[in-house]
Write a protein that binds this ligand. Structure first.
Ligand code: AMP
Length: 305
């Protein structure tokens, strides 16, 4: 892991943000806060922070006495080694952003701290190849394109929740399938922790903010606006056009820009991500998409109803 510079620590110090790299230190601090009945909100991230992450911090801060943000690029949720290697790491800028947002605690563990070899991981405790049974929710959409991804997400969140033991966990709608997966996991393993979903924060042109956006080439960045434009137009056109036709139109519309390749675009029941054939089949409907620009894969979604 990259060392934090003197400047990064100085910024944190001046803004009175605690930076803990060790679980013990974090837990000692948090247990004192708990003793004085302070509520703890938790925002887990993989860093390369942007305003989308900061909106979660602001929400957590507004509802808790202590906001803990973690930055940990979790290797077990990357099915593609190259993607893990190229995942942006901007720790000094992240610390500055967190400190300016008046975040209280940054938890910055390394891999050994999260996955010490002495602690058997869930699937090493005799539970077979896969630890969590999500009833297939982890195998569709993102899970189909990224096998094992959600098992890794659930693994790291189970671990982080066990370490931080917050009152409330804040996740973004941007990763909607992840939100549903974590919700399922928490119903079983952490029923006492409240889960809040925060809305998607977008760039001025509508592109959903993402740590991956900085890896787009200039032309790709300009063309990427087609994703949100298409999703919002789908919402507008819903009810007037059949669901099947709107999906066909959406694929064509996104791929009308030269650098975009649609991985999937689906209109599903927002409760369980099950496919629907017509607009009356579910009360809450969501359109979800993943689009590739070269090797960069971007996801976005919009509630249709
Ligand atoms: P990540 O660092 O990508 O793992 O994201 C950490 C958290 O920030 C997750 O709960 C994401 O859903 C959330 N997030 C990422 N991008 C956005 C965004 N544009 N708006 C709101 N939340 C976001």
């Amino acid at each position: 892991m990259k060392k934090i510079s003197y400047k990064g620590l100085l910024v944190a110090y001046l803004c009175t943000m605690f930076v803990f790299k060790k679980i013990n230190d974090l837990q000692n601090y948090l247990s004192t806060q708990r003793k004085s009945e302070k509520k703890i909100g938790f925002v887990p991230t993989m860093g390369a922070l942007h305003q989308g992450h900061i909106s979660l911090i602001e929400k957590a801060k507004s509802e808790n006495a202590v906001c803990v943000c973690s930055i940990f690029v979790n290797p077990t949720q990357f099915n593609n080694k190259e993607d893990l290697k190229k995942y942006p790491r901007t720790i000094e800028k992240d610390i500055e952003m967190l400190a300016s947002a008046r975040n209280d605690v940054l938890f910055l563990p390394d891999e050994k701290e999260i996955y010490p070899s002495t602690t058997p991981l869930r699937w090493e405790r005799g539970l077979g190849g896969e630890a969590f049974d999500f009833g297939g929710l982890d195998k569709i959409l993102e899970g189909k394109s990224r096998p094992g991804h959600f098992q890794g997400v659930a693994q790291v969140l189970e671990r982080l929740l066990d370490i931080v033991r917050p009152h409330t966990l804040y996740l973004g709608q941007k990763d909607y399938q992840q939100f549903l997966i974590v919700k399922k996991m928490m119903e079983i393993f952490s029923p006492n922790i409240q889960l809040i979903m925060c809305p998607i924060i977008r760039e001025a042109d509508g592109l959903a903010m993402s740590s991956r956006n900085i890896r787009l080439l200039e032309t790709e960045r300009k063309e990427a606006v087609i994703i949100s434009q298409t999703l919002f137009e789908m919402k507008e056109k819903s009810k007037q056009i059949s669901l099947g036709n709107i999906k066909k139109w959406a694929v064509q519309n996104i791929q009308s820009v030269s650098s975009a390749k649609v991985d999937y675009i689906e209109i599903v029941n927002a409760e369980n991500l099950e496919p629907i054939e017509n607009w009356n089949e579910a009360k809450k409907i969501i359109a979800l998409t993943a689009v590739k620009f070269g090797t960069i894969r971007l996801i976005d979604n919009v509630f249709i109803s």
